[in-house]
Write a protein that binds this ligand. Structure first.
Ligand code: ZN
Length: 382
């Protein structure tokens, strides 16, 4: 089946016509005029999704059906590819979660195509208060290659990214083995010193997970693990750009230091996409979700209780705060994370390319989603 899209290229601002055949672009035609205000960009890519709209990969009970439902909900906010993210938990809990995700992929082809791989965030992280964040202390452990290998077998090779702390003695050896086997390693939830970070980068670590968050409240002015990671040219950086996790000055500086190696993540929990109100969370306890999307502890609202944001919110936040142009903000939530994970820059709108798109209009300085297209199929429409 052929589909035709007459849109404006999000980057060049020029009108184009795309012909889609099946799941791919079969033809790109430069049009002369197009007076509609409909733009096309690549679909959004979220490398850190803990949960969304009431379903969480880190709760004991989630089913194959939940994975499918969660994926369809992500399509509704423009995400065409993502990584379910499993945090620190018991060995059995992680094994079970991996199995459920793999099963869901075998049931539904479009869900399979939407899941780029599993992001394992833990359990080989720091035990220290602050860097550990909300990860349960009792299950934090040193890097264990045999254990990881058993998870990777269960995952049928789908663990593509692991976040760990290089402060463990076994970290360098573990990182080297990951790098050899094609698994990307991120530094995060860490209290590592300068030498440990340097050694991790040398061993193949390539990303800083949500840099600036999951850190001590008080840090030595220098050196510290934030400066060390910022200064390491090899490291990409993922940021939670929701306006609550990092102040604008920090977002601005991080993006300036790594203009081509920064991307956005939502790091969303199951509270993202829910109506504002009071909730209780097995991880965070009694929490509240404000109308602006801020998730905090009910009895101490100064403390964040995770993220309830989406990539689309992050894009609009950067645009509205003059931190990025619309096309730059979109790239940071699509092309850039894809490039990090695949190791190759993504072309946009070329013949033969997979049709994973966001169709949107500009409302003031905001981007308003109109349609999400996954593998050539319209999976969401307003
Ligand atoms: Zn985290």
């Amino acid at each position: 089946m052929k589909t035709s899209l007459e849109v404006i290229h999000y980057k060049t601002q020029k009108p184009i016509q795309l012909i889609l055949e099946g799941e791919r672009i079969s033809k790109v035609i430069e049009s002369d005029s197009n007076d509609n205000n409909i733009f096309l960009s690549p679909g959004l890519v979220d490398l850190q999704v803990n949960g969304f709209q009431g379903i969480d990969f880190n709760e004991d009970k989630f089913s194959e059906e939940d994975v499918i439902t969660l994926t369809t909900h992500l399509w509704q906010v423009g995400v065409t590819s993502y990584m379910p993210t499993l945090i620190t938990g018991s060995d059995q809990k992680i094994s079970k979660a991996i199995k459920t995700i793999v099963n869901a992929c075998s049931i539904n082809a479009l869900v399979d195509q939407s899941i780029l791989g599993i992001h394992l965030e833990g359990p080989f992280i720091s035990k220290e208060e602050g860097p550990r964040g909300a990860h349960p202390l009792e299950f934090v452990q040193e890097p264990n290659w045999d254990l990881f290998k058993s998870w990777q077998e269960l995952a049928e090779g789908r663990i593509k990214l692991i976040t760990l702390s290089p402060e463990w003695d076994k970290a360098v050896d573990f990182i080297e083995r990951c790098a050899e086997s094609g698994v990307k390693v991120a530094i995060g939830h860490t209290a590592a010193n300068s030498l440990q970070i340097e050694a991790a980068v040398k061993a193949g670590a390539s990303l800083s997970t949500h840099l600036g968050n999951a850190a001590h409240l008080m840090l030595a002015r220098h050196p510290n693990y934030i400066w060390d990671q910022l200064a390491a040219e090899e490291l990409w950086t993922s940021l939670i750009g929701d306006g609550f996790h990092l102040p604008n000055s920090v977002l601005k500086v991080f993006m300036k230091v790594k203009p081509n190696k920064t991307f956005l993540i939502s790091d969303s929990t199951k509270f993202a996409g829910l109506t504002p109100g009071n909730y209780s969370s097995p991880i965070g306890g009694e929490i509240q979700l404000s109308s602006s999307g801020r998730l905090s502890m009910r009895h101490n609202p100064a403390l964040l209780a995770g993220s309830a944001s989406t990539l689309l919110h992050g894009i609009n936040y950067l645009i509205q705060n003059d931190l990025a142009r619309p096309d730059e903000a979109i790239d940071m939530a699509s092309v850039k994370p894809f490039e990090y994970l695949s190791g190759a820059a993504q072309s946009t709108f070329t013949k033969g390319e997979k049709a994973d798109f966001l169709v949107f209009e500009k409302k003031g300085s905001k981007i308003k989603l109109l349609q999400t297209i996954k593998s050539g199929e319209i999976v969401y429409s307003v």
